[in-house]
Design a protein around this ligand. Structure first.
Ligand code: HEC
Ligand code: HEC
Ligand code: HEC
Ligand code: HEC
Ligand code: HEC
Ligand code: HEC
Ligand code: HEC
Ligand code: HEC
Ligand code: HEC
Ligand code: HEC
Length: 319
């Protein structure tokens, strides 16, 4: 294994020389900070001399199968002119001699590097679009590290897969785990969608870090058929899906907050319902309503177009 690395890095160095003109932004920056002498002489070879598959409890080679290991990408740690292992772990010359974890960035919580320093290491390269919401987002405020979710030395970073993401999120959000085991849920546990279908883990300006500016825009980004404008709108639908639905999970069908008719009667009084077939009209306790409400048949048996209608005569949401 060692020999393979030696060969790979000989190649890296060779490419680095050829592509010398591609500049060495990181090295230049560190020269300005007077750090050059603090980096190990031979880059990754120095580190792998002690941290390879055989001697370390992790798969040293896995990183070379990830985007960070790309040699053709000059922005990646192992690209031409990159600082390789030290792009993330920081200057390691001293550590390579004293072998103390304290003299290198281990990314662990008890590391001598502050949370800010650890996250800044990643942000130095990843300050782009998707993380513009990070600062002031709930996860930064909650003192999360990038590495609470991301695993760098794994061939496949679990949080980036639909099947693995929820496990990472639910390891902290235990209350939500129960929601996703209710009878009606979004198919997250089944691996068909992920938390990040609705949430931006890196933060957003929307409430609850939703992916779109409002809750309704988030929902209709997938449920486009529920997006207006419709000929006959049902006011609460255009206003807020969560008046009737709980996004994570419900013990009632269709993620409903309550079952009809109760759901509907939060806003609609049974009194003065137009005269339709009412066999039990006037019975005590039913507000003058007919048997439709007594036998428990639901409002949506008749008002089936509860999300609104585009039918010319759909005014009462019946078709
Ligand atoms: C001379 C051997 C040697 C060299 C060279 C070396 N290390 Fe280490 N490193 C060690 C030892 C020994 C430990 C402590 C392991 C322990 O305490 O379990 C360690 C710990 C670490 C840790 C923390 C791991 C842990 O379990 O706490 C990291 C990260 C690390 N080294 C990265 C590097 C990097 C990056 C380089 C190259 C710049 C490097 N090392 C070079 C020997 C070395
Ligand atoms: C893109 C950033 C990055 C690069 C490049 C990188 N590492 Fe790491 N390394 C990390 C992070 C983050 C951790 C903490 C655990 C994790 O996320 O997988 C870590 C953990 C380690 C550990 C401790 C593993 C353990 O099980 O405790 C060692 C040793 C290590 N890295 C060595 C290296 C060596 C050697 C290289 C170069 C071949 C390297 N790293 C390149 C980010 C990086
Ligand atoms: C020297 C610059 C650099 C540093 C430092 C760095 N990265 Fe990266 N990272 C990259 C590049 C380049 C890519 C590949 C992007 C691409 O191909 O679009 C990447 C890709 C990623 C990806 C996507 C991986 C995938 O499988 O698609 C994640 C997640 C990531 N980095 C997280 C981190 C974290 C967390 C840290 C800090 C521990 C970190 N990076 C440090 C340059 C860096
Ligand atoms: C709460 C968990 C979590 C934290 C903390 C986190 N990420 Fe991510 N990250 C994700 C998830 C989930 C994805 C995939 C979905 C997506 O792109 O939104 C992702 C994707 C990425 C990607 C690849 C896609 C892209 O946007 O380029 C990069 C790079 C990345 N994260 C970097 C970081 C950095 C840097 C930090 C720290 C500032 C960080 N992440 C903190 C969960 C997290
Ligand atoms: C290491 C623990 C941890 C992990 C892993 C984690 N979170 Fe969080 N999350 C937190 C903390 C801490 C807060 C802030 C809690 C607070 O302010 O009450 C938070 C807040 C949130 C919020 C509420 C935001 C708000 O504005 O109210 C959402 C949504 C969220 N996380 C989603 C996710 C998703 C999605 C994932 C996986 C990609 C994830 N979390 C992974 C710890 C974590
Ligand atoms: C279908 C969209 C959707 C999915 C998928 C989703 N959420 Fe949410 N989540 C929401 C909405 C909407 C809210 C805001 C609820 C409110 O305030 O009315 C929310 C709120 C939250 C909150 C803030 C606390 C709370 O309950 O109000 C956390 C934490 C959270 N979600 C975590 C997660 C995690 C973890 C996953 C994946 C296992 C996940 N969510 C999947 C839509 C979703
Ligand atoms: C990332 C895409 C996505 C987003 C965003 C999304 N959903 Fe869904 N929704 C789905 C999928 C996939 C299903 C399952 C469809 C199926 O089983 O046929 C579903 C199913 C549903 C169901 C039917 C559940 C059942 O048990 O019959 C309701 C109700 C629902 N979503 C409401 C919402 C609401 C409210 C929001 C916004 C908070 C939302 N959805 C956001 C993808 C999404
Ligand atoms: C006034 C209450 C109410 C509001 C507000 C509401 N829904 Fe519904 N929704 C229902 C009811 C009731 C059902 C069950 C219908 C059935 O069983 O036929 C349902 C079913 C669904 C379903 C599954 C069946 C289908 O028609 O695809 C989805 C998806 C859905 N709603 C999405 C949404 C979205 C997205 C919003 C916001 C734009 C929303 N709902 C707002 C009451 C509502
Ligand atoms: C959050 C409050 C709310 C809930 C819950 C609600 N509605 Fe409505 N509904 C309204 C409002 C507001 C209007 C518009 C009334 C108006 O324009 O005078 C309306 C209009 C209607 C209309 C058309 C009335 C007309 O004159 O055009 C029907 C039919 C209707 N709702 C049925 C239902 C049914 C069935 C349910 C349960 C699945 C339900 N509503 C749940 C608030 C609600
Ligand atoms: C047996 C069929 C049936 C059932 C069940 C039913 N409705 Fe109706 N509803 C009607 C008819 C028919 C109209 C009048 C339509 C018209 O005027 O064109 C109506 C009208 C309405 C209106 C409009 C009132 C108005 O003044 O124009 C509302 C609101 C309404 N229903 C709500 C409900 C609610 C809430 C439930 C359940 C508690 C329910 N309906 C159950 C058939 C039904």
């Amino acid at each position: 294994m060692r020999r393979l690395y030696a060969w790979l890095f000989a190649l890296t160095v060779a490419l680095g020389c050829q592509a010398g003109a591609l500049a060495q932004p990181a090295a230049a920056a560190s020269a300005a900070q007077g750090l050059v002498g603090q980096y190990s002489q031979e880059g990754a070879d120095t580190c792998l001399g002690c941290h390879d598959d055989e001697t370390a409890g992790y798969s040293g080679s896995a990183i070379f199968k990830t985007p960070h290991g790309q040699r053709g990408n000059q922005h990646a740690p192992f690209g031409a002119g990159g600082l390789q292992c030290e792009a993330c772990h920081g200057p390691g010359a001293a550590h390579a001699i004293n072998k103390k974890p304290a003299s290198i960035n281990t990314f662990e919580r008890h590391s001598t590097f502050t949370l800010q320093q650890r996250n800044d290491t990643c942000m130095a390269c990843h300050n782009g679009m998707a993380r513009t919401g990070w600062h002031a987002g709930a996860h930064e405020r909650g003192n999360l590290a990038c590495t609470d979710c991301h695993k760098i030395h794994r061939e496949r970073d679990a949080v980036l897969t639909k099947a693995g993401e929820a496990d990472v999120c639910l390891s902290c959000h235990k209350g939500q785990r129960a929601d996703f085991h209710k009878t009606s849920t979004h198919p997250v546990r089944q691996g068909l969608m992920s938390c990040s279908g609705c949430h931006s883990a890196h933060g957003s300006s929307a409430p609850a870090m939703l992916v779109k500016p409002t809750l309704n825009q988030t929902c209709t980004s997938c449920h486009a058929d529920k997006r207006g404008p419709l000929l006959w709108e049902h006011a609460p639908v255009a206003e807020d899906c969560s008046l009737c639905h709980i996004a994570h999970g419900s013990v009632r069908p269709a993620l409903l907050t309550k079952s009809p008719p109760l759901l509907c009667q939060q806003c609609h009084s049974p009194a003065n319902h137009p005269s339709v077939a009412r066999t039990g009209a006037g019975l005590p306790g039913n507000g003058g309503m007919g048997s439709i409400f007594l036998v428990g048949s639901s409002c949506i048996n008749c008002h089936s177009q509860v999300h609104g209608s585009n039918h010319p005569s759909g005014a009462k949401l019946m078709r």
